[in-house]
Design a protein around this ligand. Structure first.
Ligand code: PGA
Length: 268
């Protein structure tokens, strides 16, 4: 797959928001808003666990996919409070976010636990959206590149080339998440370019496989800045938090992404 026909993905990370009734309303609105843009884009929403069954019902006849915001790497057993990949596929989820910075920050997710979860997700047919990104302090100390490379390398350890080609990566500078401080689009594109080089090194025998891996940007993406971010060739879509909770904003981002997808389809 060449980069021209790599999927453009718009993903909404709802975090710990929306009760079931509210989730149903938002999902119905998203389905309506997506309309005929479905063929060009992959649109995914990540509601909290308590609304995954609502998503399964509301999205049944829709091209919009859904996933979970986290999972455990074990299949089943005495792991109180955890949810497995099998449970997620059982409910109809097709994606799962792994290694989000909020999980790294508050729930002891590390470069050691992330690869176990990535592998378990792939073993069960889920697409893992692996989040990487530097802290403000790391950026200010010129550590962005080594931190991001290390996180990408750790997350993908032990995967076969075929498994690797099914992963989605999200570059989310931590200082840009939920702060309204978006990363300048050329800089986001530069770091994403670096991630793609890292992927190519991982896939040294089949470097072309790395071209099929979508790399998204996340961190204060909104209706106003989506056009500019998505105009960067390196940025294959967005992982959107706050702006995915309002259908007008999410829809505007989807429209920016369709523009991008139409342009790259025309180029190929
Ligand atoms: P934000 O969150 O869009 O609210 O910055 C992005 C994310 O955490 O994935």
């Amino acid at each position: 797959m060449s980069k021209a026909n790599r999927k453009t993905i718009i993903a909404g990370n709802w975090k710990m928001n929306k009760l079931r009734g509210e989730a149903r309303e938002l999902l119905d609105a998203v389905v309506k808003a997506v309309g005929d843009q479905k063929n060009l884009l992959e649109i995914v929403v990540f509601p909290p666990y308590t609304s995954l069954d609502v998503a399964a019902t509301s999205l049944k006849d829709s091209p919009v996919k859904f996933g979970a915001q986290n999972m455990d790497n074990h299949d089943s057993g005495a792991y109180t409070g955890e949810v497995s990949a099998k449970m997620l596929t059982d409910i109809g989820a097709t994606y799962v976010i792994i290694g989000h910075s909020e999980r790294r920050m508050y729930f002891a997710e590390t470069n050691q636990t992330v690869p176990l979860k990535v592998k378990a997700a792939l073993d069960n047919g889920l697409v893992p959206v692996v989040c990487v990104g530097e802290l403000l302090d790391e950026r200010e100390n010129n550590l962005t590149d080594p931190v991001v490379k290390r996180q990408v390398g750790a997350a993908l350890t032990g995967l076969t080339p075929e498994e690797l080609s099914k992963v989605v990566i999200a570059y989310e500078p931590v200082w840009a998440i939920g702060t309204g401080k978006v990363c300048e689009s050329p800089e986001a594109a530069r770091v994403i370019g670096l991630i793609r080089v890292t992927l190519k090194q991982f896939l040294d025998k089949q470097p072309e496989l790395s071209d099929s891996i979508p790399i998204l940007y996340g961190g204060s993406m909104n209706a106003k800045n989506a056009d500019e971010l998505l105009a960067q060739e390196e940025i294959d879509g967005g992982l959107i938090g706050g702006a995915s909770l309002k259908v007008e904003d999410f829809h505007a981002i989807i429209q920016s992404a369709s523009k991008r997808a139409r342009l790259s389809a025309a180029r190929s």
